[in-house]
Design a protein around this ligand. Structure first.
Ligand code: 1YM
Length: 650
């Protein structure tokens, strides 16, 4: 691996101005996600240096002027003069875009596909960028700026405004990059400490032993985090299961290599009825799964069936356990490394490389069998097999029960009669389903809607909390059955997104504690049983106004306390304020105008950037341990702001 950097390997493709013309092509968006993407580019380079064994510490500092700095104690980016470009290697790194991410893969190890667009993109989209390299006993420094050029009438991107200067001497080595994202490109240059610390914690779990330190110098208190996990993904699983009830002691851990694909896997089972599998490729989360997850699942199924027979839990005449039985209650983290990764899927977070499937299956079969045969996990394996057998029996029973109910009253139709007010249009891409709290609000929504594309489903009672429930119990709940029937997709293993009847599913509940609870219950259900609806961006939260402000015929609605103050200031004296306690207080016209009309309403799309955190949060809020929930709620006790969903990455 320690092959010297060879400047000839650098592929030069195009100039930085192209990046400023179309930032979306390089970093996805110019919103908060795109802004943080810049940081991840630089952090990735530091982490790569660590995972190649050259750096042990990464430091991220958010500075008062809005800039951010990333430092590592690796070898330092090369400073020698590039053969054909005739400038130092580091200048090439920050001014030239490279094909397929970074450099030639022969001398630059695993680089992520999506994240690999490189340091030059960060430079192109920054007001200024400063780099400091400690190497060969010297400290080198260079500064770049994106400046408006009068003569050319445009902004020149990422221009070096100094040479690579030697500014001192040192015995240390490393790289430090500080930059200020350009406010002419980004909507809002404001780094988010929470977003950053979550990702850095994840990277610390994925790179065992690496110390990652974050400081937010804009804040006086609680402005520092240090992450370091010697146990790596074993610690990750322990963290994910912290508020769950585990059914065995040891976290199973295996690692191995096959056809140049490296895998690390950690597994522990809890008493829950769902599966929580988090996978990564080259440190990038693969929220939609893909080939490596498929390989993991089939390997796991084969190994457990084999030992279930060998240990006589399954008799000769018994059927094999099914994958879903074996995965009931599993928490697993899969972290693989490979070259030339390809992403697919709706959100490009699904690993497409087919070769990863057989590689991971092979590694699981070999390494897990080996661990079991050397009696490493004797008791754990027995507990897991017993749980799987129980799950398979329940599944069989539920299947029989389902067949009976299906005959009597089909899940797809009968239970809907009288509840759903469907829309007249048949275009699923345009149609919307409002799930509305309460009959009276449901009535207003029904009258106020545009019936050509908006369907209304009022909820009478509270739907069942799907966390901690088996699928058969979930299916027995009337409200849940109605939702499933309306959506048309089926659930769990049978889920089929192409059958979805509505492009948008909008949850409309009151802005109070009960409303927040109903929202959380529905989100939990979607997350646990129809996850693709969430990852593919079909779930929304409707935002009814909190206040109506009237002065004569002049009527305004406010969606927050701050907006209320602004409107009141503008109106001067003599206005009246009505606080809406529930959706039911609005008449159909008002509900349409404020909450349902696509041209005026406020809706929040629920997305999952960080599936592991979302899983943890749902466990905390909806699981059966009271103390963590009490702590969370007393820390984040504002239901109206729906900050639970902010936490989920909304
Ligand atoms: C704060 C960001 O970029 N660290 C970093 C980057 C590089 C190296 C070390 C490095 C790589 C290699 C050899 C190699 C990079 N080098 C290049 C390139 N931290 C940060 N630390 N020597 C040093 O891969 O062979 C690109 S990134 F291409 F110039 F070698």
């Amino acid at each position: 691996m320690d092959r010297a950097y060879d400047a000839k390997d650098i592929h030069v493709l195009e100039g930085l101005e192209a990046v400023r013309m179309r930032p979306g092509m390089y970093i996805g968006s110019t919103g908060p996600r795109g802004l943080h993407h810049l940081l991840w580019e630089i952090v990735d380079n530091a982490i790569d240096e660590a995972s190649n064994g050259f750096a042990s510490r990464v430091e991220v500092t958010i500075l008062k002027d809005g800039s951010i700095r990333v430092e590592d104690d690796g070898r330092g980016i090369p400073v020698d003069i590039h053969d054909t470009m005739k400038v130092p290697g580091v200048q090439v790194v920050f001014t030239q875009l490279h094909a397929g991410g970074k450099f030639n893969s022969d001398n630059y190890s695993y680089s992520g596909g999506l994240h690999g667009v490189g340091a030059a993109v960060v430079n192109a989209l920054s007001r200024w960028l400063e780099i400091e390299v400690k190497r060969d006993g010297r400290i080198y420094r260079q500064r770049y700026e994106s400046r408006y050029d009068e003569k050319k009438g445009k902004v020149l991107a990422g221009v070096p405004v100094t040479g690579l200067e030697i500014v001192g001497s040192t015995k240390k080595t490393g790289t430090s990059v500080r930059f200020l994202p350009d406010d002419r490109i980004f909507d809002d240059v404001n780094f988010n400490m929470e977003t950053i610390s979550k990702r850095l914690r994840e990277l610390a779990f994925l790179n065992s032993g690496l110390v990652i330190h974050l400081v937010d110098e804009r804040k006086e208190e609680d402005n520092e985090r240090t992450y370091c996990y010697d146990g790596g993904i074993v610690d990750f699983v322990e963290f994910l299961n912290e508020d769950k009830t585990c059914i065995h002691d040891n976290i199973l851990y295996i690692e191995g290599e096959h056809d140049e694909i490296y895998a690390k896997i950690a597994i522990q089972y809890t008493d829950s009825y769902t599966e929580s599998i988090f996978s990564y490729v080259n440190n990038i989360p693969t929220t939609e799964g893909g080939a490596h997850e498929t390989g993991f699942k089939s390997g796991l199924t084969k190994v457990f069936n084999e030992y279930a027979r060998r240990l006589n839990f399954l008799k000769e005449r018994d059927d094999n356990l099914m994958g879903e039985d074996i995965r009931e209650g599993i928490t697993a983290v899969i972290s693989i490394n490979m070259q030339d990764i390809q992403f697919e899927g709706q959100t490009k977070t699904k690993l497409g490389n087919v070769e990863a499937r057989s590689a991971i299956e092979t590694i699981v079969m070999k390494e897990l069998s080996y661990a079991i045969e050397t009696n490493k996990y004797d008791h754990d394996i027995k507990v897991i097999i017993e749980k799987s057998i129980k799950a398979s029996k329940v599944r069989e029973a539920a299947k029989r029960a389902k067949e009976v109910t299906r005959k009597k009253n089909s899940l797809e139709g009968a239970s809907l009669v009288g509840k759903l007010s469907s829309c007249t249009g048949r275009n699923a891409k345009r149609n919307e389903l409002f799930i509305v709290e309460g009959d009276s609000a449901g009535g207003s929504a029904k009258q106020g809607r545009d019936r050509r594309f908006q369907a209304i489903l009022p909820l009478r009672g509270k739907p069942l909390n799907a966390e901690k429930k088996r699928i058969d119990q979930v299916l027995a709940n009337e409200e849940i059955r109605t939702i499933i029937a309306a959506l048309g997709t089926g659930i769990g293993e049978d889920f089929n997104i192409s059958k979805l009847n509505y492009n948008r599913v909008i949850i409309l509940s009151d802005a109070d504690q009960d409303g927040a609870h109903i929202r959380a219950i529905l989100l939990t259900f979607f997350f646990r049983y129809m996850k693709d609806l969430v990852t593919n961006g079909h779930i929304y939260i409707g935002m009814p106004p909190l206040y109506k402000i009237a002065k004569g015929k002049n009527i305004h609605y406010a969606y927050s306390d701050e907006e209320l103050r602004r409107i009141a200031d503008r109106m001067g004296k003599g206005y009246t304020v009505q606080r809406y306690k529930g959706l039911g207080e609005m008449n159909p016209e008002q509900l349409w105008e404020t909450t349902m009309d696509p041209s005026k309403r406020n809706i929040i799309q629920v997305t999952i950037d960080d599936a592991a955190s979302a899983d943890k949060l749902i466990t905390t809020l909806m699981g059966d341990k009271v103390e963590p929930r009490r702590q969370y709620i007393s820390l984040h006790a504002n239901f109206n702001k729906s900050d639970t969903f902010q936490e989920m990455g909304v």
